[in-house]
Design a protein around this ligand. Structure first.
Ligand code: SIN
Length: 311
């Protein structure tokens, strides 16, 4: 196959990168998910040896991301990745739940080719929009023969699906990989690799996901001063299948909340202990009754537990 035949498919899902405001000076009062993904690609520099295709999968503000859209996106990704002439995928996505979608896609696709999520902190109509540069960099990663797995490209950095978190509500470099650091930097169209690309980590196959309405219900409960067990007991009464406790520090829990979680676990609810700290991981303590969440943040531990409970 000739290099000129290779394709990169850009799947649009919405977000601020596709946001539209009434004025070019407005970076806050815009509506996310309005500009078609094909328009976002217009005017970007050509990528030698690759043709770029756009597909609009959805047009949502990612705060409204749901299981049905995750299923659709995973299946569209799987179909494109199976084509031999597709080098990689770019997914345009809102920043608010991007880390969750990245973790979900790695968990159900574990792709050998790159799947690069990107977005923007300023709408497409902004006088200084950050989306176009993020898209150009994301295409660079998707075209790289070195890249593999699901990653997030933002502000010149490539983040892995396990570590990436949105850490700032407004700044253009809103994402961090915490202690792990980025996988790579994109510098003027070149990748500077810092560590290994994501590999494996499949918890379930995208093709075998149950219909969204059958996904097991898993909720997150946060520890805080004065926390109690009432929310946990209400969730158990309501038929919850799993609970992730976003503990303080090393996953510590108020004794009243912990007692309710132990009670829930004894009653058959799956419980995992994560930390609300943005960095570090919960170190499992010997003899701990509530299992730690394997270094995952609360939102990712929730996804992992849902996929585990589907088995
Ligand atoms: C969204 O997550 O869809 C809106 C916010 C953003 O993309 O920055």
């Amino acid at each position: 196959m000739q290099v000129s035949e290779r394709r990169i498919v850009v799947l649009g899902t919405g977000g601020t990168i596709a946001g539209r405001a009434a004025a070019a000076s407005d970076n806050v009062g815009y509506r996310a998910g309005e500009v078609p993904v094909s328009d976002l690609l217009r005017g970007l520099p050509a990528l030698e040896g690759f043709s770029i295709e756009a597909e609009q999968v959805a047009q949502v503000d990612s705060k409204d991301m749901d299981f049905a859209l995750w299923c659709t996106l995973a299946r569209r990704c799987a179909e494109h990745l199976a084509q031999p002439d597709v080098a990689g995928l770019v997914v345009t996505h809102g920043t608010d739940t991007m880390e969750e979608t990245a973790f979900f896609l790695q968990s159900v696709l574990a792709p050998v080719k790159p799947v690069v999520l990107t977005g923007a902190m300023r709408p497409a109509t902004s006088v200084l929009a950050d989306g176009p540069q993020n898209l150009v960099d994301a295409l660079t990663v998707a075209a790289s023969p070195l890249a593999q797995g699901v990653c997030v490209l933002f502000a010149g950095q490539v983040h892995g699906p396990l570590d990436v978190q949105k850490v700032h509500s407004y700044r253009l470099d809103a994402f961090s990989s915490g202690d792990a650091g980025p996988i790579a930097h994109v510098e003027e169209g070149r990748l500077r690799l810092m560590r290994a690309w994501p590999q494996g980590g499949a918890l379930r196959n995208a093709a075998s996901l149950p219909p969204p309405e059958q996904w097991p219900r898993v909720e997150i409960v946060m520890n805080h001063a004065g926390a109690g067990g009432a929310i946990v007991r209400a969730l158990v009464r309501d038929g919850v299948r799993g609970i992730v406790a976003a503990g303080t520090g090393n996953g510590t829990l108020h004794h009243a909340l912990e007692a309710a979680l132990v009670e829930a676990q004894q009653g058959g609810v799956a419980v995992r202990r994560a930390s609300r700290c943005p960095q570090g991981r919960v170190l499992p303590a010997p003899g701990a009754v509530l299992p730690a969440a394997d270094g995952l943040s609360p939102v990712k531990a929730r996804i992992a537990l849902m996929l585990e409970l589907m088995a």
